[in-house]
Design a binder for this molecule. Structure first.
Ligand code: COA
Length: 328
């Protein structure tokens, strides 16, 4: 704060007040000022907001708003962002029971999940060190963005799964109703659990075995746009052969995924966390760790197969350059 003059601090305070009042739609005439000559301070606005919404504003937020981060504390090349505190909506009590019919995709979910109950699921979990992948994505991201496509981690997870399925095709199979025949699917139509405005939907990317990481990122962007617009159709939502669910993008670490029949396996990915680990030389290192939870149909998949597949998938992601050897 040493570099901030008295005048610029006053302008800053005014800006904070203005942002807070416009963001929360507060009329200043309703706020009682506790400053000199009844001046309204940012604390008065936050207290007013707290009384209106019942929210408790933590003291640290007062501090964050009062003190703009110094240039030295900010990442190079960024400017100070002065904004209102994150707003947590007040919980709502309905006051009465509400019953409504299940419609559309919710009805479909009841049907699919009831069918899934017939499958004897078995679970297998592991952790993956994504430190190298984190660095690789950071390197490739500008190039992908230069081609107009956002590159998240998902295209790498999907490609590694497809390469793993080439080694263990039974995980990309389906069992017939009478449990007499197993069909090994040629196409890797990898489904992706997607949190959309219509609820949980699982569109799939067709023929991932023929797609590059960039192609996958492009298709994922298309599917996400359709999901956001509520326009995912039968073509995108049918024909999946294997599924991944990234619960980590919402913030979860572990989950117990449910297989989507007629598929025989599904993987759920937790959030990538920076945690201490020991490297091969016994040195403590900063590692980007992600948990993976697999569920497989125990009628056709045994634990050893699931474990070998998971190891192969993990190895591709821990040493992403190794994927190059197997890419067509
Ligand atoms: N850990 C940490 N960060 C993650 C992450 C993870 N596991 N997964 C994604 N992220 C990051 C992304 O890299 C991105 O950050 P960036 O802007 O720096 O690239 C950010 O989180 C948002 O990613 P998102 O827009 O969600 O894209 P995605 O390609 O990673 O995921 C979907 C796409 C469709 C999987 C995701 O949007 C989604 O809907 N997830 C919820 C799935 C769900 O509901 N599963 C439960 C089924 S029961």
């Amino acid at each position: 704060m040493a570099a901030v003059t008295r005048g610029s601090f006053a302008v800053f305070r005014q800006l904070v007040r203005k942002r807070l009042t416009s963001f929360y739609n507060i009329k200043l005439s309703e706020v009682v000022g506790s400053g000199r000559d009844g001046r309204i301070l940012k604390e008065d606005i936050l207290n007013f907001l707290a009384k209106q919404t019942g929210a408790i504003i933590p003291p640290t937020l007062f501090q964050e708003i009062q003190t703009p981060p110094s240039a030295a504390a900010r990442p190079a090349g960024t400017t100070a962002v002065i904004g209102p505190p994150p707003f947590t909506p007040k919980p709502v009590f309905a006051g009465k029971d509400i019953t409504e019919p299940l419609k559309g995709f919710h009805r479909a979910m009841v049907k699919t999940m009831t069918a899934a109950l017939k499958i004897p699921h078995f679970g297998y979990c592991d952790e993956v060190d994504l430190s190298r992948l984190v660095a690789l994505r950071a390197e490739l991201r500008p190039a992908a963005e230069g081609r107009g496509v956002r590159l998240s981690y998902m295209p790498f997870f999907i490609k590694a799964a497809s390469l793993g399925l080439l080694h263990f095709p039974i995980l990309n199979s389906s069992l017939d109703e009478s449990c007499q025949n197993i069909t090994y699917k040629a196409a890797h139509n990898i489904g992706l659990a997607m949190d959309t405005a219509q609820g949980l939907l699982v569109p799939n990317l067709k023929n991932v075995q023929q797609l590059s990481v960039f192609d996958i990122a492009q298709e994922l962007t298309r599917l996400q746009a359709l999901g956001t617009a509520g326009q995912l159709g039968t073509h995108e939502l049918s024909g999946g052969t294997f599924t991944l669910s990234n619960i980590g993008s919402i913030g979860g670490t572990y989950t117990k995924p449910v297989i989507l029949p007629p598929e025989v396996a599904i993987g759920a990915l937790g959030k990538i966390q920076v945690v201490p680990r020991f490297d091969a030389g016994g040195q403590l290192v900063r590692a980007h760790i992600m948990n993976v939870s697999w569920s497989a149909d125990h009628r056709v998949i045994d634990g050893a197969t699931m474990s070998r597949f998971s190891n192969r998938w993990r190895e591709y992601l821990e040493n992403p350059a190794s994927m190059l050897l197997d890419l067509k």
